[in-house]
Design a protein around this ligand. Structure first.
Ligand code: P6P
Length: 337
């Protein structure tokens, strides 16, 4: 019966979001509609990313295709798809994309109550070698009566109402939290539906994996250097931790959420604010990790309490298993600047 129930009682992402909505009688269903448009964007990008390799084979990408049209780069195409999907939902107001220098203001007649920050195709430099890449998004609700300006997005990550990512890899996996727990869905291409495959994701309290670009070690600050040294040469006789670094944030964070451990993009002498962007990389991933029982720390404060001053601001980030991040916080207390 269980197997049969699973086959016949499919919990799709749409059903899951509607169930969540039903917990809030006052909800008007706007977030549900907005999320459905984001999911549509993810399905489109998933299909385009899977074809990208073929496009190279038949010489389409980056050159003119058989119709003589210039083949768009995938990150540009993905960005256009998400801007159109979010705008046409009629539920958004101000958008910030990694691909656009300026914020995007939705035309008056299509304006809604939500502001969305997103990286349409994070890690796209990895696509040519088949490494997983992804879309990352965060959702703020506009305060009542606000017109919708950039200032409505320069808020602490604690005021986000939802966040998620979609990873385009061996399968297409969407991980989402609308403020309570974190759930993972896998696209069944035969149905064109995201099916609940990772209900109620909880990150292990302590991990055995650290994830950082060791190529930057020359420029690290002392707390980071000390943490990595302890990971490799534990003083208490325990076994060293494993290093796993894919170089695609969505893939590194997804592994950290499921297996535990710590993902780090620290500040260093060359980039005092690290590399990752606050609004559409640090905040959404920190939101998810906290909702899954982990921590996210900038080296100075809880990542979600940061208030960005610019829409493309960067921040250092240490996120993952609660105890692992706690170790970093202790080292910053002991050796921090
Ligand atoms: P580095 C990809 O370019 C990205 O923005 C993130 O997805 C990833 O975590 C990071 O940069 C990798 O940066 O400097 O280690 O190559």
């Amino acid at each position: 019966h269980a197997a049969d129930a699973l086959r016949t009682d499919l919990m799709t992402l749409t059903r899951h979001v509607l169930n969540e909505q039903s917990k809030h009688p006052e909800a008007r269903g706007d977030l549900t509609i907005l999320l459905n448009h984001i999911v549509l964007g993810c399905k489109f990008v998933c299909s385009a990313v899977n074809k990208a390799g073929l496009a190279h084979l038949i010489g389409l990408a980056g050159e003119t295709n058989v119709q003589g049209e210039e083949q768009k780069k995938l990150d540009v195409l993905s960005n256009q798809v998400f801007v159109k999907a979010l705008t046409s939902s009629g539920r958004t107001n101000v958008l910030v994309s990694e691909e656009d220098e300026e914020a995007i203001f939705v035309p008056e007649k299509l304006r809604g109550r939500y502001c969305v920050v997103f990286d349409p195709l994070d890690g796209s430099s990895n696509i040519d070698c088949g490494v997983s890449i992804g879309t990352i998004f965060g959702i703020y609700m506009l305060e009542a009566g606000k017109a919708g300006t950039v200032d409505d997005l320069l808020k602490a990550g604690t005021s986000m109402v939802a966040a998620g990512y979609c990873m385009y890899g061996s399968s297409c996996t969407l991980v989402l939290s609308t403020g309570e727990d974190v759930n993972g869905f896998t696209l069944d291409p035969s149905l064109g539906e995201f099916i609940l495959t990772h209900p109620h994701i909880r990150i292990p309290e302590k991990g055995k994996i650290y994830s950082v670009n060791e190529g930057n070690a020359k420029n690290w600050d002392e707390p980071t250097t000390k943490f990595v040294e302890k990971a490799k040469f534990p003083e208490d006789g325990s076994s060293p931790r494993s290093l796993r670094y894919i170089g695609s944030m969505v893939a590194d964070v997804h592994r950290t959420l499921l297996y535990g451990g710590i993902f780090m993009y620290p500040a260093d002498k060359k980039s005092p604010n690290g590399k990752l962007r606050v609004l559409y990389e640090v905040f959404p991933m920190s939101f998810l990790v906290e909702k899954a029982g982990g921590q996210a720390f900038t080296g100075k404060q809880r990542a979600l309490e940061l208030v960005p001053k610019k829409i493309h601001e960067r921040s250092p980030i240490f996120l993952g298993s609660y105890d692992d991040v706690e170790e970093v916080k202790e080292l910053y207390k002991q050796y921090g600047a």
